[in-house]
Design a protein around this ligand. Structure first.
Ligand code: G3P
Ligand code: CA
Length: 255
């Protein structure tokens, strides 16, 4: 690890999703029990305006049903099983996930919320995310470090919307291209962190120092291989998203 830098914080990607079905309450509870410093979720809007934690446009891969999330009501989604054999699970709302994270009293953890685009409801997604964070009293943190929520997107416009409406909330501009992440886009939208994939980081490790020089943190995804965990620690990455939070915490304790 770089002298003077601390170990990366570990973010459970879709919960402890290597062990349990992604985006389920059980997967997030396990991640927190395993010591994750934060949890990541993707959010989408239902037809009747509820934010749910679902990665894909459709529910086909992750539930017992089929169809577009944007065309289903929350009640219709609640009819489906998002769990595994013998361990059924209902769809998780963002509200339920925020409640879990804020109620986790053993230590303060962060929630990394990713908005997906392009989507039918456009900017309404960020508006609803902000309304939800306001409802829980976490939309205006004292500082980025103290914030319980971080909003992320591959869409620069989405990051900009959050920055404009809630300047104190930390944001991550996600991307695959080092030219994009190392260029002016993150400055233009006011992102407080850049979010390269681990593949991009392997090819362009200088991204971390470049971001730091501009006052930005680095969030790297999805870091499951031990060599990549060590690379992130060596480079001084601030946050690593992984499907294996427990194993990753244990590994980082040794580097
Ligand atoms: O944490 C960022 C990462 O989740 C982005 O990719 O497809 O897993 O949402 P994806
Ligand atoms: Ca994601």
């Amino acid at each position: 690890m770089n002298q003077g830098s601390r170990a990366p914080f570990v973010v459970a990607h879709r919960g402890a999703s290597a062990a349990l079905p992604e985006h389920t309450l059980a997967a997030y509870e396990l991640a927190l029990q395993e010591g994750a410093d934060g949890v990541e979720c993707d959010v989408r809007l239902t037809r009747d305006g509820h934010l749910v934690c679902v990665h894909d446009r459709t529910v086909d891969r992750t539930s017992s049903g089929t169809g577009l999330v944007s065309e289903m009501s929350l009640d219709e989604l609640r009819e489906l099983d998002f769990g595994a054999e013998g361990a059924p699970a209902t769809v998780l709302t963002l509200s339920e996930l925020i409640t879990l994270v804020l109620d986790w009293r053993t230590r303060p953890t962060k929630l990394f919320i990713e908005t997906k685009h392009p989507v039918r409801y456009g900017a309404l997604v960020e508006n609803k995310v902000l309304a939800e964070l306001q409802r829980f009293g976490i939309a205006t943190p004292a500082s980025a470090d103290h914030s319980r929520a971080v909003v992320m997107s591959f869409a620069a416009t989405a990051v900009w919307r959050i920055r404009r409406a809630a300047p104190l909330l930390p944001t991550v501009l996600l991307g695959e291209s080092s030219r994009y992440l190392g260029g002016s886009a993150s400055t233009t939208v006011g992102a407080t962190a850049v979010g390269p994939s681990v593949r991009t980081l392997r090819e362009h490790p200088d991204l971390v120092d470049k971001a730091a020089a501009a006052g930005r943190a680095t969030y790297c995804w999805t870091v499951d291989e031990p060599d990549d965990v060590r690379l992130c620690a060596d480079l001084g990455v601030s946050w690593i998203a992984t499907n294996h939070p427990g194993r990753t915490k244990a590994l980082l304790a040794t580097v």
